[in-house]
Write a protein that binds this ligand. Structure first.
Ligand code: GSH
Length: 206
């Protein structure tokens, strides 16, 4: 398998999941500024969506979309219990969280918001919305080590996106449970290994 990634981008979630799953894979770094691979070839030739992550399977299929790839990775290593068992309400909750992270958090933290040319009023609106969502995450994590009852691909995704708060200097001081959670997840051997391999240390939460 080959994971097309960019350091600390959303592809980190898949990278963490692959390591937690104990699956063999290679890394192919993408320069997102130029949308090119290390050999100069265009990313779009691998993924027509022209973004990361893209996961090329042993059979040569290219999988895209973080939340969908995470579920696929979990299914490849059922013994690692990276998702709750099929047919359970807990699995539905996991899907609910994956969708929430993808649509309410991931895209809220997307780079367009942080570009200098973004109108302050627009930025303020999105930041307020992000805070409203983070209150929900804080509530969920209060008194819990992980989003579900044990570490899952949901944590791989949530950690990856919330990790951007430190990079973007987004203030997390109102969220003690989130900050403790980031420290806990960052300390997992697979997460440390992924961060080290990408050459990006976890940014300190603000
Ligand atoms: N819907 C996609 C979004 C992926 C995405 O936003 N990728 C970013 C990095 S976090 C990217 O490659 N952006 C470059 C671009 O859009 O040109 C997913 O969930 O996988």
């Amino acid at each position: 398998m080959k994971l097309y990634y960019s350091p600390a981008a959303c592809s980190l979630a898949v990278h963490i999941a692959l390591r937690e799953a104990g699956l063999p894979f290679d890394l192919a770094k993408v320069d997102l500024g130029r949308h090119r691979l290390a050999d100069g070839s265009p990313l779009i030739a691998v993924n027509p969506k022209n973004y990361v992550p893209a996961l090329e399977t042993e059979a040569g299929d290219v999988l895209t979309e973080v939340a969908a790839i995470l579920q696929w990775v979990a299914e490849q290593a059922p013994d690692r219990h990276l998702l709750p068992p099929a047919g359970t309400l807990e699995l539905q909750r996991a899907r609910e969280w994956l969708n929430f992270i993808a649509t309410e958090l991931h895209k809220g933290f997307s780079p367009w918001l942080w570009h200098k040319e973004t109108e302050p009023a627009t930025r303020e609106q999105v930041v307020q919305k992000l805070h409203a969502r983070l209150v929900l995450v804080e509530e969920r994590l209060t008194g819990r080590d992980t989003v579900l009852d044990r570490f899952s691909v949901v944590d791989a995704y949530l950690f990856t996106i919330l990790n951007w708060a430190g990079i973007l200097r987004f203030d997390l001081s109102a969220y003690p449970a989130i900050r403790a959670y980031l420290g806990r997840i960052a300390a997992r051997p697979a997460v440390r290994a992924a961060l080290t391999a990408e050459g990006s240390l976890r940014a300190q939460a603000a």
